[in-house]
Design a protein around this ligand. Structure first.
Ligand code: PMP
Length: 435
């Protein structure tokens, strides 16, 4: 029995499934999750003292690599001045200003602690602003675990093949209309069926919770136009893509591709907290000013804008310069190219898909024509991914324990880290081919 096995057994006695977030349990790939005790740069170390090249990056926040010395120093300095005040602080405004400078369409924003809170508040704002109840979301898009957004939600629900969650009242689920991604007719149809009743379309800026599934060219603009024509809002969820898909999030990627679409509301999380709990809802000032105390839409948080978390976010965003994004992109291309080459050489059908610097690899015959939506994503060969995952783990590379997640690199994935990944790939590709 390894130390990881012991810790997992002990955790399961007191924590449901032994984990505080479902995908961590290795449910779909099998085996014992690694209990991590430290992380630095591109590497994580488990309770057995084994080091892995990390391709999870805390599911996104570790943009610069783990425990970046300047981020840690900022956190220590802030902690020394007090952990939480429950009062406004100068640093919150600095972080809000910095996000506004870099994110298209953000005139005002409010800080919260998790991506779930950010999207939940965005939905409430859209409803308060429009006076309407219905929300359109896409199958395979994950927006956190609030009641109304769990239908066909990708991420852990895809991993465990769940259509939604128990415990969500039917009346609440009925307010969410789920349509296939990248399907213009479905959007036209849902607005035709419910004219004047839809408060908002919520979309991931680029789908990244069913594997990476970017919007087709023009699709996001079409969403904005269709929503606005009916008096509804567009909410772009950049919790995962924000400041990771590129320096201005996926909105920046779209802008560079000649599609300068600006959503009414944008949500952020992950990178803007640099590994501590910070998220935000931002967008049009007239919509944001609907929030209490200036408006009638209520939202609050004891730890919102927490000074230690804000210090981590500020340090991270300040260090996320052009050079950091270049390193991130170079590392991502190197890993994706090497993985695709190894899988190709072993005869494993697969597809690599991109959203800015973000990518994932889909496995199986049915994905080779591309993956535009959830139906195609769920058709992939998860068993082949499981074999690949374990062979990589045995060789010291920690991939996401699910076929439905992006592969996250960091700006600290240098040549040495990439070489370790590349060295592990042929055997893993062979394992994937063994099915
Ligand atoms: N939206 C998106 C697009 C996400 O990827 C996630 C988390 N992976 C969330 C919202 C929820 O964020 P959190 O886990 O911080 O609540």
């Amino acid at each position: 029995m390894t130390r990881n096995d012991e810790l997992f057994a002990r955790a399961r006695e007191v924590i449901p499934g032994g984990v505080d977030s479902p995908v961590r349990a290795y449910g779909s790939v099998g085996g014992t999750p690694r209990f991590l005790v430290s992380a630095r740069g591109a590497y994580v170390t488990d309770a057995d003292g084994r080091e892995y090249v990390d391709l999870i990056a805390s599911w996104g926040p570790a943009l610069l690599g783990h425990a970046h010395p300047e981020v840690v120093a900022a956190v220590v300095e802030a902690a020394g001045r007090g952990l939480s005040f429950g009062a406004p602080t100068p640093a919150e405004t600095e972080l809000a200003e910095l996000i506004r400078t870099r994110a298209p369409g953000v005139e005002k924003l409010r800080l919260v602690s998790t991506g779930t809170e950010a999207t939940m508040t965005a939905i409430r704002l859209a409803r308060g602003f429009t006076g309407r109840d219905l929300v359109v979301k896409f199958s395979g898009h994950y927006h956190g675990h609030s009641d109304g957004l769990l239908a066909q939600a990708g991420s852990g629900l895809a991993t465990f093949a769940l259509p939604g969650s128990a415990g969500v009242p039917e009346a609440i689920a009925a307010q969410t209309l789920v349509v296939p991604y990248n399907d213009r007719d479905a959007i036209t149809g849902v607005f035709a069926a419910h004219p004047g009743r839809i408060a908002a379309i919520i979309t991931e800026a680029a789908g990244a919770n069913m594997g990476v599934v970017p919007p087709a060219s023009g699709f996001t603009t079409f969403l904005a136009e269709t929503a606005h024509a009916d008096g509804a809002l567009l909410i772009s969820d950049e919790v995962l893509t924000g400041f990771r898909a590129g320096p201005a999030g996926y909105a920046g990627v779209l802008h560079d591709a000649g599609e300068p679409v600006v959503a009414d509301l944008v949500t952020f999380g992950k990178v803007i907290g640099g590994g501590l709990p910070v998220a935000a809802v931002g967008g049009r000032a007239d919509v944001l000013d609907m929030l209490a105390p200036t408006g009638p839409v209520y939202q609050a948080g004891t730890l919102s804008g927490n000074p230690v978390a804000v210090a981590a976010g500020l340090a991270t965003l300040r260090l996320a310069d052009a050079d950091a994004y270049r390193r991130l992109d170079t590392a991502a291309r190197a890993v994706a190219d090497a993985a695709s080459a190894a899988l190709g050489a072993a005869g494993v059908p697969h597809a690599v898909q991109w959203a800015g610097t973000l990518f994932s690899v889909f496995f199986g015959e049915s994905v080779t024509g591309g993956v535009p939506d959830y139906e195609t994503a769920t058709g992939q060969d998860t068993a082949a991914y499981g074999r690949f995952f374990h062979a990589m783990l045995d060789a010291g590379v920690s991939l996401p324990p699910s076929a439905f997640e992006a592969w996250f690199v960091t700006a600290a994935h240098d040549d040495a880290a990439i070489e370790r990944i590349v060295a592990a790939l042929p055997a893993a590709a062979a394992a994937a081919a063994e099915g």
